[in-house]
Design a protein around this ligand. Structure first.
Ligand code: FBP
Length: 559
């Protein structure tokens, strides 16, 4: 028998707060407002329009209170949890169940198991209030499980249509990141073209924080995960300060954007923070990145500090120009010749094959990498064609190169310190943490808003909550934003395809500027912030804290 801890029991009783407009869903009305033009260029916009003829150009919707109570018919909603877990996923489902059953108790909610493959395999459970009770305000995606299966072929779409229609599903809800919401958009388009009654909605999830745009202020789970990593890094910082003997190289999840690393840096004040987007935009080579890191280490050694904290975004390797070129070429070679490549069993065969197909420049970079990194770069891509950066030990590559440089400097008498390292990779530790009050409220609101959008009869929309910086949830606002308005064209597996545009760190934005303002001081001194554990009980000033990224973006001060 599964037993609950005292904390779980206490946390279950937490009542999430949500926007006024979602308080009584039979009184909620979706009001059409103008869609802001997306910022992609005209040529890309035309391509998206052509690919989404049935769902492109729909208006943005704002949820407002309409006092005239409506009678709502019973409805069936099916939910999928997709991609990496993020704190709060269970609360989206709780919001959906509570909201839907409150407007019509005869409604049904199905949960497909193991991500989108659950639809293809027709594996689902029917959810009810008893089942969801023990998942309220918990972390994890274990209620249904998750997966990264991509539904893209016409056969897969047809299969989904059949499974969903046979179950009488009115609305399919995909809770996922940019790739999963791209899937939601494609399915919505397919179903509408086929005149199916199944509608599709998306919910913005990812600890990476890169599902963010003019409409989506932040993806759910980002703040809880960053707070958890900040607590751990605060502890590591205090250890470094206590023992004064190690450099801690900490790689942080975030498959592409450095948003998570930037936020954690603002929460912990490390000595070195690498931001992939900055490196890319300044066109820094790997050697230049290493030189800058070495300078900090040498200067610190001169002050007697042979210890420190270094934060490295997981996606770094794809942003260093020469590595980016290499990875793009490898993706193309591996994507186009996948079947043959998969028959090669030894690393030597695989690396020789890849090398033969690379350009001279890319082959040079590849051949000069440590064998472990070569091996990691040749591993399988994820179903969306991405390199699995969580498996690439960039921190070890950096340490190797720094050690070599320090050796040279020592020989010239320009470095007298000690360089002893510990490596860490923080990612899985935070993806299933119990959501902060912010994420518990945010996700529950997203779930209620899914019901409001379902009742409004729309398809191809994302559930969006805005004004998130306000601690009074009455001031939060609920919207429905067309998924196709968030798309751009990108090369995946060597082909141009429509995808939801990822939000990378921009050098002008306020959170990055804040890091720049402190970078020198944090590098040379030991100003670590010992971030406290997430607080669930107590005064609002402690429990209702908000992400520094959000605060800075709203011109508010951070501690
Ligand atoms: P999502 O984009 O699906 O939210 O997942 C993000 C992430 O946590 C990345 O930070 C990381 O690179 C990746 O998932 C790891 O994936 P996996 O769980 O397949 O190892």
């Amino acid at each position: 028998m599964i037993t609950s801890t005292a904390f779980e029991k206490f946390r279950r009783s937490y009542q999430p707060r949500y926007p006024k407009s979602l308080r009584s869903l039979s009184n909620t009305e979706a009001q059409e407002i103008a869609v802001m033009e997306s910022s992609i260029d005209a040529e890309q916009k035309e391509m998206i329009k052509k690919l989404f003829p049935a769902t492109y150009g729909q208006p943005a919707l704002k949820m407002v209170v309409n006092e005239g109570k409506k009678e709502e018919k019973a409805m069936t909603i099916a939910v999928v949890l997709s991609g990496g877990p993020a704190p709060g996923g269970h609360n989206v489902i709780c919001g959906i169940c509570d909201g839907l059953f409150s407007v019509n108790a005869s409604s049904k909610v199905y949960g497909f198991l193991g991500g989108a493959s659950g639809i293809l395999d027709d594996k689902c459970i029917e959810l009810n209030l008893d089942i969801i009770e023990r998942y309220r305000n918990t972390g994890g995606f274990d209620l249904l499980g998750s997966g990264r299966t991509k539904i893209e072929t016409p056969e897969q779409c047809e299969r989904c249509q059949k499974v969903l229609e046979d179950k009488g599903v009115d609305v399919l809800v995909i809770i996922g990141g940019d790739d999963s919401n791209t899937n939601a958009a494609l399915l919505a388009e397919y179903f509408k073209e086929k005149n199916s009654k199944v509608r599709v909605l998306g919910v913005p999830k990812t600890i990476d924080g890169d599902l963010k745009n003019d409409y989506v202020e932040i993806s759910f789970g980002f703040y809880t995960a960053t707070r958890l990593y900040a607590e751990l890094i605060g502890n590591i910082g205090r250890d470094a300060l206590s023992t004064r003997k190690y450099y801690h190289f900490i790689r942080l999840m975030g498959r592409s954007a450095s948003r998570l690393t930037l936020e954690v840096a603002l929460l912990t004040r490390p000595n070195i923070t690498l931001i992939s987007e900055e490196i890319q935009s300044m066109k820094k080579t790997l050697a230049e990145v290493i030189d800058e890191m070495v300078k900090v280490i040498v200067d610190r050694a001169d002050k007697g500090f042979d210890f420190g904290l270094v934060l490295i975004p997981e996606g770094l390797i794809e942003f260093i120009p020469e590595m980016k070129l290499l990875i793009q070429e490898l993706n193309k070679v591996l994507g186009e010749n996948k079947e043959f490549f998969d028959t090669l069993s030894s690393f030597t065969e695989r690396s020789e094959y890849a090398n033969r197909h690379l350009s001279k420049d890319a082959s040079y970079v590849f051949s000069n990498l440590p064998v472990d990194i070569q091996r990691q770069l040749l591993m399988d891509r994820d179903p969306h064609g991405n390199v699995q950066v969580s498996k690439i030990e960039t921190e070890k590559l950096l340490i190797d190169l720094i050690e070599a440089k320090l050796k040279e400097l020592r020989a010239k008498g320009r470095y007298k310190g000690k360089f002893s390292c510990q490596t860490h990779f923080l990612g899985y530790e935070g993806r299933c943490a119990a959501p902060t009050n912010f994420d518990a409220d945010y996700t529950y609101s997203l779930g209620l808003n899914v019901v409001a959008l379902s009742l409004a009869g729309v398809t191809g929309y994302m559930s969006v909550i805005k004004n998130l910086v306000k601690t009074n949830r009455d001031e939060w606002e609920a919207y429905g934003i067309p998924l196709s308005a968030m798309m751009n064209m990108e090369v995946r597996n060597g082909k141009q395809v429509p995808v939801i545009k990822k939000s990378l760190v921009s050098l002008e934005e306020k959170p990055f500027q804040e890091l720049l303002r402190h970078r020198q001081n944090w590098a040379q001194n030991n100003l670590y912030r010992f971030a406290e554990p997430i607080q669930y009980l107590g005064d609002g000033s402690v429990c209702d804290s908000v992400s520094p990224t959000l605060l800075l973006e709203n011109d508010l001060m951070i501690e």
